[in-house]
Design a protein around this ligand. Sequence first.
Ligand code: 8YV
Length: 322
Amino acid sequence: MNKPYVYITRTLPEEIVEPFRETFTVKMWGSKEQPVDREVLLEEAGKADALITMLSDQVDEELLSKGENVKVIANLAVGFDNIDIKAAEKKGVTITNTPDVLTETTADLTFGLLMATARRLMEANEYVQNGDWKNWAPLLMAGHDIHHKTIGIVGMGRIGEAVAHRAKGFHMNILYHNRSRKQDAEEKLGAVYASLDELVTQADFVVCLAPLTPETKGMFNKEIFKKMKSSAIFVNASRGDNANEEDLYEALVEGEIAAAGLDVFENEPISEDHPLLSLQQVVALPHIGSASVETRKAMMNLCLENVQLVLNEKEPKTKVTS
Ligand code: 8YV
């Protein structure tokens, strides 16, 4: 009997894929950096029993109808805003994601980005590297305190809570805004629920960790930035589309907020002439929230396990439903 055919839209390390080659035939897009050509993906979907996709792949009605035999699509991310879940459900295609395995790593990066922005670490590093450090001055590269300040977490899911744990270690006051109340975070971490307006007016650090949905798209706009403290630092490690980039740029230029730490952008990857990169008070990262070797390997493994389970007519570990 022919082994099931699994198409992966990037090249994954052979050590991860190899154990699964016994169960399925695996083909991978030949680039570690470039997204798969849409035409190739559509053609491969027509032959595949399963797909492993990345955030940069649009899983829409067109792809789903080409993939007549596709039973499962495993997305290498916790987010799945690149996938039309309802259309997949209609076609009976199982969609899986990679929650849990990336929670702590993404929280580490988010907190690191917050710290790098508040304490101007990138700017200070560049200053030393450029040979500009000739003297000591009382306010040389002085940033803002983090400890005992107020953090406002928008999107208190798994990663939000893991960031709150880190914030507690820094003796911060924790506000959060979420679709539902989080009793555990309130009881164990002293997190206080706030409306978005209350949160943005009170927080020294506004950290966005909300998934991208029609409700969250553009939620950080002109009006919201205006309500923030002029000393506030905005950190986004969720999806670029949750913030209106033009409004963010204006808020930074006008001094309505002090700085921004961004791991995500509206259109990724961004080029070096992106307006936000012209601002010294912006720390920009190339969407590396979950990018530790250990975590990325765990995510890849989880995708392959989910594919294997579904192809064996078992429940996947981490199924996404609408
Ligand atoms: C992805 C992410 O790992 O999981 C998510 O939703 O945004 C990242 O952790 C990365 O973008 C690869 O798809």
